[in-house]
Design a protein around this ligand. Structure first.
Ligand SMILES: Nc1ncnc2c1ncn2[C@@H]1O[C@H](COP(=O)(O)OP(=O)(O)O)[C@@H](O)[C@H]1O
Ligand SMILES: [Mg+2]
Length: 502
């Protein structure tokens, strides 16, 4: 099998080593200079190599990778000039994902899973408010309570507020105002669709690691048009995806090819008004996820939008044209030019402003892992369609997705239990007309009851097992259980970005 991706041609071919894909990368350039097309060309080649891809489609021009492109003058010219190997107009296997569930497979997570750090970021909490969020999670985690949806989080926040006096001893101050502020923040999230993306069944990140029958890696596309309207929601969800991959994939060191490549489009929003602590943790995840076989590629207009600690980790760089009209822009261009390994006398700053659409300065890690000399190249044309995905094709892709059926129905564990009970009641009336059925139902009901008794016994057993805390906390727990009442039944531990460890 080929050990490299070729994405364009200059004096030499532009080659990305497959075993260096996990050394991360950057695609940068002003609007309209070719970033999206370059991303597509890379995603196509990854798919061909059997490597699944995750990307977010913010502008609606990436999902069309599912459809074959069309011949036109420009494409023909590029193909003739660059002679890409094995070029054929074709579409690629896609899985469309949507946290709102309308344009793809519904992606849900639970409040518990997202954790206090990302939630605080999502809600834009200040330090005091974040402290209270942490208390709420500590109480829930210690008591092994699962917070599934927004109503659970609201319940526990109210609980913490109502019991502030007693909780103070153990956890510190809790002010009603701060709780009020968080609850108001939750309302906003609800308006943004929070009831759709916080719930169950939760999306299993392993579902991203698939290939089709021909061995082509799936291109998993988060349909992010609406999502991006709230940049905080967008960046929080991308971070959640990234931490899920990090927490769930095993340590594998350097592989011949990565398990998945993750593209972070509009990456600048990630680091906008972000607390230092979160920035540090993102840097840490990006550094460590390498050895889990994940490559992370940041796509942004201006590389200087990314923190240096991130930039310095990016081994494979593609720089499209930048403008240099203002003094500030000139400075940026100069700074960007300086990040490349270059031969003496190379006027990179000038070159980067003169690049044409679909041209780029590139530097990739060589087989030894050394950054290659920067080279000006013309990027291959995409094999798939440029522009918007045909709405009919979109519907077809969704309808044919097995994942869609796996996740389409939202479930509510608690209410499903209640429904069962109600169902049993209705049945009971019907049963009077049918003795045999009645007997069976009775048996069922008894079994249900037995199960419930067992559950309760198990619950109290666990409570006893964990009853080293004082009796005040036990009373709290009892109270809490009745308000939220969903146990994990095991010790909860959290990962780097505070998400739940499985
Ligand atoms: N490698 C390429 N091959 C063919 N056309 C390209 C290529 N790169 C860019 N283009 C043309 O330039 C347009 C803008 O590119 P795009 O990738 O959308 O820019 P950006 O994402 O940087 O705003 C595309 O619609 C396409 O017509
Ligand atoms: Mg673009």
């Amino acid at each position: 099998m080929r050990q490299e991706l070729v994405i364009g041609q200059g004096e030499n071919p532009a080659i990305i080593q497959m075993d260096k894909l996990n050394r991360h990368g950057l695609i940068a350039g002003a609007t309209g200079t070719g970033k999206t097309v370059t991303l597509k060309v890379i995603a196509e080649q990854l798919s061909k190599a059997g490597i699944p891809v995750f990307l977010a489609d913010v502008k609606g021009d990436l999902a069309s990778i599912a459809e074959p492109g069309e011949w036109n003058e420009k494409i023909r010219e590029r193909v003739t000039r660059l002679q890409p190997a094995d070029f054929e107009l074709r579409g690629y296997p896609v899985e469309l994902l949507d946290i709102f569930g309308s344009s793809g497979v519904p992606v849900r997570t639970t409040i518990s899973d997202m954790g206090p750090l990302l939630l605080s970021r999502l809600l834009g909490l200040n330090e005091t408010q974040e402290g209270i969020m942490n208390i709420a999670f500590k109480v829930a985690d210690e008591k092994q309570l699962l917070l599934i949806d927004i109503k659970d989080l609201r319940a526990i926040l109210n609980f913490v507020g109502d019991n502030a006096a007693e909780l103070r001893r153990e956890y510190g101050n809790v002010s009603k105002q701060s709780i009020g502020a968080i609850l108001r923040g939750l309302l906003v999230i609800e308006e943004q669709g929070g009831n759709l993306f916080f719930g169950e069944p939760m999306f299993d990140i392993q579902d991203l690691l698939k290939a089709d029958a021909d061995g082509r890696g799936y291109v998993n596309i988060l349909m992010a048009n609406r999502l991006f309207m709230s940049p905080k929601l967008y960046s929080t969800f991308l971070l959640w995806f990234l931490s899920e991959l990090y927490e769930q994939l095993p340590e594998v060191g350097d592989l011949e090819k990565p398990k998945i490549v993750f593209f972070f489009d509009e990456a600048h929003v990630l680091f906008q008004d972000i607390p230092d602590i979160l920035e540090e943790k993102i840097e840490l995840i990006v550094r460590l996820i390498r050895s889990k076989g994940v490559g992370v590629y940041f796509v942004t207009q201006n590389p200087t939008d990314l923190p240096n600690a991130i930039l310095s980790q990016l081994g494979n760089k593609i720089q499209h044209a930048l403008r240099a009209f203002t003094l500030k822009e000139q400075k940026t261009v100069k700074a960007v030019a300086d990040t490349f390994r270059q031969r003496e006398g190379e006027e990179l700053a000038k070159k980067v402003t003169e690049l044409k659409v679909g041209e780029a300065l590139v530097s990739f890690l060589d087989p030894e892992g050394t950054p290659g000399y920067v080279q000006q190249v013309m990027i291959y044309p995409p094999e798939s369609k440029m522009g918007i995905l045909d709405p009919l094709v979109k519907t077809e892709k969704i309808n044919r997705s097995l994942l869609f059926y796996k996740y389409s129905e939202a479930i509510d564990r608690e209410s499903s239990y209640e429904q069962l009970q109600r169902l049993a009641e209705i049945k009971a009336i019907e049963l009077e007309e049918n003795e045999e059925l009645a007997a069976r139902e009775k048996e069922k009901a008894e079994q249900l009851k037995k199960l419930e008794n067992e559950r309760q016994r198990e619950q109290s057993r666990q409570k006893r097992a964990g009853s080293s805390r004082d009796s005040t906390m036990d009373r709290f727990t009892k109270n809490l259980m009745s308000q939220i009442g969903r146990e994990v039944g095991r010790v909860i531990s959290r990962g780097i970005l505070g998400i739940l460890k499985k």
